[in-house]
Design a protein. Sequence first.
Length: 157
Amino acid sequence: MERQAARLAAAGVDGIVLGALDPRGALDLAMMRPWAEAALAVNQRLEITVHRAIDASRDPIGELARLLEFPAHRVLSSGGRRTVGQGMATIKAMVQAAGSRIEIMCGGGLQATDIESVRRLGVAAVHSSAKTRYADTIEVSEQQVRQLRCTLDELEN
């Protein structure tokens, strides 16, 4: 992972996404730190995002507090729930706990109808795969992408 992080940084990516849990259900910062440091040693401006491992942790808000001492720029989270819509209360608490130190990016079952609500919570960014089930596969839904784009555009104006 350290070599991959350094290679990606050397290849010119803007950021990397990482995360891991220990057997107790806490973010494994001791494991994650060398990955982040390897990338940052190549490019100090590289942005580090902690992925939804935080949602699988026993205490997403407590883990966010621990991340304040980690070189993370943002955290991707659904508020510890399956979808952003279900995790709004935790997302609000995460935004408050992060203050201006770490950006909270909502993702995980994000719907266009969630965007205005998460913006009111102070969420700085959103992420969506816009996936839909089709037969036995998962595909990107063009309709969801259009809805998300329209919602974002409307909020910008």
